[in-house]
Design a protein around this ligand. Structure first.
Ligand SMILES: [Zn+2]
Ligand SMILES: [Zn+2]
Length: 192
C-alpha cells in the first residue's frame, strides 16, 4: 500500500472520462483515476521482499503477475493477469493506492512529486527513444514531431541516449520554446 505523494494527470485519463476505453476495459463506476503514481510504502505484504515500509517508490502503471507465460518471456506488457490502477482497479488520485510488488520501484534521491508522471509519460517516450537510438549514429539527425507531454521527454531521451542532433517540430511557439529549453538543436514551426 502506497501513500500517494505525486499523481500525474494523463491524456488517457481524459479519454477514460470520455468513455473511449469502454470497449477495452469497461469501468465499474465509481472509479478512482490515476495511473502515474509515486509515494511512500506504508504497508507491505508478508511475502514482499523488494520494498519495505518507508521506502519511496514510483509505481509502474501495469501490475503484472510474473507467473504467466508472457511475464516469464519478459513480455510483461502482455501479462494475462495484469491490472491497471486507474482503469481496472482504483488509481492514485487518492490518499492511498494499492499496487503490487512488481510495480513498485524504489526511488533513490528523486522526489515522488517530480517523478510521478514518468510512471507513464516518461517510460512511453523512453521506450520510443530506445528503439531509435541504435540507428542514431554520430552525424545523424532525429526529428521529434510534437513537443507535448510525451514529446518533450522523448526529445530529452534521444538527446541524452544518442549522438544525433535533434530537430523539434511543433505548431505552437510555446512548445518550440520548451523544445529549446529541453536541448533541441533545431526547432521547426510546422505552420508559420
Ligand atoms: Zn497515462
Ligand atoms: Zn503475467
Amino acid at each position: 500500500m502506497i501513500e500517494v505523494e505525486g499523481a500525474g494527470w494523463c491524456q488517457t485519463d481524459n479519454h477514460i472520462v470520455e468513455g473511449m476505453w469502454e470497449a477495452y476495459a469497461p469501468v465499474d463506476l465509481p472509479q478512482t483515476l490515476g495511473h502515474e503514481n509515486a509515494g511512500t510504502v506504508v504497508e507491505a505484504g508478508e511475502e514482499v521482499t523488494t520494498v519495505e515500509e518507508g521506502d519511496q517508490v514510483i509505481c509502474h502503471p501495469l501490475m503484472t503477475c510474473g507467473q504467466c507465460r508472457r511475464c516469464r518471456l519478459g513480455d510483461d506488457m502482455h501479462c494475462e493477469n495484469a491490472q491497471f490502477p486507474g482503469l481496472t482497479t482504483d488509481g492514485g488520485f487518492a490518499e492511498y493506492l494499492l499496487t503490487n510488488e512488481r510495480a513498485a520501484i524504489e526511488l533513490d534521491t528523486l522526489d515522488p512529486v517530480d517523478i510521478a508522471p514518468h510512471a507513464d509519460a516518461g517510460i512511453t517516450a523512453y521506450h520510443a527513444a530506445k528503439k531509435a537510438v541504435d540507428e542514431l549514429v554520430p552525424g545523424s539527425y532525429a526529428v521529434v514531431i510534437g513537443i507535448g507531454g510525451l514529446g518533450h521527454i522523448g526529445l530529452q531521451a534521444v538527446d541524452s541516449m544518442s549522438a544525433a542532433r535533434t530537430i523539434a517540430v511543433d505548431v505552437k511557439d510555446a512548445a518550440l520554446d520548451l523544445a529549446e529549453e529541453c536541448g533541441a538543436d533545431y526547432t521547426v514551426s510546422w505552420i508559420r
